[in-house]
Ligand binder design. Structure first.
Ligand code: 4NP
Length: 150
């Protein structure tokens, strides 16, 4: 059985598409399924933010085919691990959980590593350097997750 991992941020256009693309690049797709979603529905159906597409491309990853979708209560059944990019996303996901089993699937992405910070900052209103910073943080966390999944 595949381990199913869902990356979640607010808009599903900046951080979680990067987390999806980065983790996919580190795992065996025959044993691990990776997807992403947003707690808000502002951008449903849209491609990732051009700045996320660009920073992924700079690091050799193509995330341009991804399409934004909203997190749904059904995701608690469909996924084994649900990683929130920040505490606000975490709280919004937990609010939708229907049981302790579902709550226990939800984790903060950066709890997997010791970076001295617990949240991946929202880069949406910042500059390009914010996206590189976010890429590096997510990359370190995904490396740790991929090692655990093997
Ligand atoms: P994300 O960034 O949660 O990393 O995808 C955001 C994208 C869009 C908005 C906020 C954050 N927005 O307000 O539209």
């Amino acid at each position: 059985m595949k381990t199913k991992v869902l990356m979640v941020c607010l808009g599903n256009i900046c951080r979680s598409p990067l987390a999806e693309g980065i983790l996919k690049s580190k795992i065996n797709p025959e044993t691990v399924l990776v997807d992403s979603a947003g707690t808000a529905g502002y951008h449903v159906g849209n491609s990732p933010d051009p700045r996320s597409i660009a920073v992924a491309k700079k690091h050799g990853l193509d995330i341009s085919f991804q399409k934004c979708r909203k997190f749904s209560e059904k995701d608690f059944e469909a996924f084994d691990l649900i990683y929130a990019m920040d505490k606000s996303n975490f709280a919004n996901i937990i609010k939708l959980a229907g049981s302790k089993v579902e709550e226990r699937k939800v984790k903060l992405l950066l709890d997997e590593v010791d970076l001295g910070v617990s949240e991946v900052p929202d880069p949406y209103y910042g500059g390009e350097d914010g996206f590189e910073n976010v890429f590096q943080m997510i990359d370190i966390a995904c490396e740790a997750i991929a090692k655990k999944l093997i």
